[in-house]
Design a protein around this ligand. Structure first.
Ligand code: PMP
Length: 440
């Protein structure tokens, strides 16, 4: 353990980080932490302080830290002497994982292609869809985040997340994940869905010049602040898309693998079978694995191509197979439902009594809190910074996001225990009370 102020401590590392890494790589906290170890659902920083991890590397450490099953699978692969060969050769673990994911996807006649990240997965989906449909026109949702490669950034919708893109795609952005915004609050879900579908039809009638390739959407928007389309919206959209032959791509990078508690992939909560789905983040429990599932006719289209030669390498596949087996063997989807409900119920109770809490929403182990100015109800990003410092002090890692930067996002590992759920909830509520007292 190191004293943060010592020459080799975190303060010195921060100085070196600032000197040599881009300044747009945001670091959390006034005094950023260096994580040096982890076990179960906790991590420890260089000063020896332990944190219950409620953000899990932005949902990447899906089954926590130092999981023996994953470690042993990777060590077995390392013992063969092979870290990577090439996808020019047969890789057993890749075929096995593809079979499992194809079956779980619910997509008929599904094929799987592995990438190293969610961005690459979405880029591949957009390549396949635009090839298949012979058009550069694409639909996406407002407040979306799909990555920052040329294609992925063009379907990402928020000025601060796409400040430098010249889009290679012709993109139109739809309502549907902005139900929570103040201008829609008075509306019933049914009226909101009708307005959204009318708007989609209007976009198709006016904004596009010929065929549209696809709609890409997150079942629950991640970076957007865990905002959700109301039940029935995606099904209503799908009907319109089907009339036009427009493909539906579900970005499951944050909402997949049982995280919502009520379905294995987030889009299943909406009773919609997508034409393609993309995944990443938790898939390899920290190892770089992303990918795309698509109907065979789309995956094997005449001009279809893969995005990289590195995806699906033996080490990543060993980690991902072990992680997926762990999720299924321990029914972590049910655990997400159980532990998520404990936390959500507690946050809803806090929402009732703390003026600083503008909204609480969640599904399974994805839950968000919007902080507002108690006097005006306006989004209060400065209070988010205060809350983050407070939870850090109390030993919990949280995340932030949302259109106005006033949303706290939490997504603990799916392995969270009920005791840890109650412990984390206690810290969240204490921090909310502190921020609430200060803001009055
Ligand atoms: N899609 C979604 C929904 C995401 O949240 C992210 C990352 N935050 C991405 C795609 C991009 O994934 P990656 O960072 O692995 O490239």
């Amino acid at each position: 353990l190191r004293d943060p102020e010592s020459p080799s401590g975190s303060a010195d590392l921060l100085k070196r980080h600032r000197a040599v890494l881009p300044n747009w790589m945001g670091l959390y906290y006034d005094e950023p932490i260096e994580i040096v170890g982890g076990k179960g659902n906790r991590v420890v920083d260089a000063s020896g302080k332990s944190y219950l991890d409620f953000f899990a590397g932005i949902l990447t450490n899906m089954i926590g830290y130092d999981v023996p099953e994953v470690r042993e699978a990777v060590e077995r692969q390392l013992a063969t002497g092979i870290v990577h060969t090439s996808t020019l050769y047969l890789i057993r673990a890749q075929v096995e994982l593809a079979e499992k994911i194809a079956r779980l996807s619910g997509i008929p006649d599904a094929k799987v292609f592995f990438t190293n990240s969610g961005t690459e997965a979405n880029e591949t989906a957009l390549l396949l869809a635009t090839y298949a449909r012979k058009t550069d026109q694409v639909l996406a949702m407002r407040q979306s985040y799909h990555g920052r490669s040329f294609g992925a950034i063009s379907v990402t919708s928020n000025r601060s997340w796409k400040n430098n893109s010249l889009s290679p795609l012709n993109v139109h952005f739809l309502h549907g994940a902005d139900r929570h915004l103040v201008q829609f609050r008075g509306m019933s879900d049914a009226d909101y869905i009708k307005a959204c579908v009318d708007d989609l039809r209007h976009v198709l009638a006016t904004a596009v010049s010929n065929d549209v390739a696809a709609l890409i959407a997150e079942p629950i928007q991640g970076v957007g602040g865990f905002t959700m389309a109301p039940d029935g919206l995606f099904a209503a959209y799908k009907e319109v898309l089907d009339e036009e032959g427009i493909l539906f791509i579900s970005d499951e990078v944050q909402s997949g693998w049982g995280r919502t508690g009520s379905a294995f992939f987030g889009i299943e909560n909406h009773g919609v079978t997508p034409d393609m789905l993309t995944f990443a983040k938790g898939t390899g429990n920290g190892f770089a694995v992303g990918g795309i599932v698509a109907r065979a006719d789309l995956m094997d289209g005449p001009h279809a191509v893969g995005l990289s030669t590195f995806g699906g390498n033996p080490i990543s596949m060993a980690a991902a197979n072990a992680t997926l087996d762990y999720v299924l063997d321990h029914d972590l989807q049910a655990n997400a439902a159980r532990t998520g409900e404990i936390i959500l119920a507690g946050l809803r109770e806090a929402e009732q009594r703390l003026a600083v809490v503008g909204a609480v929403r969640g599904r399974g182990l994805m839950f968000a809190i919007e902080l507002v100015d108690p006097a005006t109800g306006a989004p209060a990003p400065a209070l988010v910074a205060r809350f983050m410092e407070e939870t850090k002090k109390l030993g919990l890692l949280a995340g932030k996001g949302g259109l106005y930067g006033n949303t706290l996002r939490m997504a603990p590992p799916l392995t969270l225990t009920e005791d840890e759920a109650r412990e984390g909830l206690g810290i969240l509520v204490t921090a909310l009370e502190t921020v609430n007292d200060e803001a009055r």
